[in-house]
Design a protein around this ligand. Structure first.
Ligand code: AHN
Ligand code: ZN
Length: 326
């Protein structure tokens, strides 16, 4: 019945690809269900995160959103672990960070890691208006989009378990990196504090995964995902597989073949500290001023900047890659 309800909802959604009809889904109740990544559902998960307010570490909105994310993963059948850590920011502030981990088939040694950061940047330090530089951002794209896609992936996995284990890791404290306006002493590695902690623990505990896929800023209407340098350096085969899958699904316009500069993102620490080959699907525009989308670290990173089509292309690609694994 639930299945039927989703199919009916899908019928009203203009952004679903043609060919997903109610009859096909309904007939497949007993067989393996079709991979039906729902763009509407992913979009709603983005919206719900933004509705909490700014997900800045050490704030009530941040705490409330953590509880929401953990509850969602649990609702979607994952084994949930909260990894708490006090990490120190560029200015000495101690951030009470929580990485949220949802595991599928935790008993299997053969695993795939999917990740995104769930915190949001406290400062719009790239806003065109300098008066906004110390204001927080909604982080609809920078943060919530990747998490929204992964929650929908989780919802799908609960209906049809993958052949290998899957760990969905939502990193905290990614976006508290040294702001542009900071004039004090320089401290290295101030971005990705949650993933740095997770990666060190993973190494210590002997955690293994075949590979990882990081999603960062995967919701903008004009998104393109070039072959990011660290991804090609540490995990070329994974990148080729994911880009090939995207192309075969008709998303070659987004998953482009151009290469870009290295992006210091969570996957860098997954590669270097945990030793797990991990790629980054990240919106990067080499012709833009910052290298990222024009909304990046500005007040424009809000729900107006989220496209169901982009969420769909990324989610469908990731889900297809997972179900292709034996
Ligand atoms: C740096 O700007 C050094 N890294 C970008 C990582 C990032 C920030 N992704 C989203 N926000
Ligand atoms: Zn950011």
């Amino acid at each position: 019945m639930k299945q039927l309800l989703y199919s009916l909802i899908c019928l009203c959604c203009a952004c679903q690809p043609s060919g997903t009809t109610q009859t096909t889904t309904a007939q497949q109740d007993d067989a393996a269900p079709a991979i039906e990544f729902s763009a509407d559902s992913a979009y709603r998960f983005v919206e719900e995160q933004v509705a909490f307010g700014y997900r800045i570490p050490n704030t009530p909105a941040h705490k409330a959103c953590a509880a929401y994310l953990a509850a969602k993963l649990e609702q979607f059948g994952a084994t949930v672990t909260l990894q708490e850590a006090d990490v120190t920011a560029y200015d000495g502030t101690v951030l009470h960070a929580t990485n949220i981990i949802g595991s599928y088939r935790p008993e299997l040694p053969d695993r795939i890691l999917l990740c995104a950061h769930w915190d949001t940047r406290p400062w719009a330090d790239h806003d065109p208006d300098e008066a906004n530089h110390r204001k927080p951002i909604d982080g609809a794209n920078d943060g919530a989009s990747g998490v929204g896609v992964l929650l929908e992936v989780a919802r799908q996995l609960s209906g049809r378990l993958p052949a290998c284990g899957v760990d969905i890791v939502l990193f905290d404290a990614e976006d508290y990196g040294t702001p542009e306006f900071h004039t004090g002493t320089y401290k290295p590695d101030t971005w990705c504090l949650g993933s740095q902690h997770w990666a060190k623990e993973a190494k210590k505990n002997g955690y293994k995964a075949r590979y990882g896929i990081l999603l960062d800023m995967v919701g903008a209407p004009d998104a393109i995902f070039p072959r990011e340098y660290y991804s090609t350096y540490y995990a070329a085969g994974v990148l080729d597989k994911v880009w090939q899958t995207a192309r075969s699904l008709g998303f070659g316009q987004l998953f482009v073949q151009t290469s870009t500069y290295p992006v210091t993102d969570d996957h860098y620490y997954v590669n270097t500290l945990a030793g797990i080959p991990c790629i980054d699907i990240v919106h990067y525009n080499p012709h833009g001023e910052t290298g990222f989308g024009d909304y990046w670290h500005t007040l424009d990173d809000n729900m107006d900047n989220i496209s169901r089509q982009t969420l769909y292309a990324v989610g469908k690609t990731v889900l297809t890659v997972i179900y292709d694994e034996q």
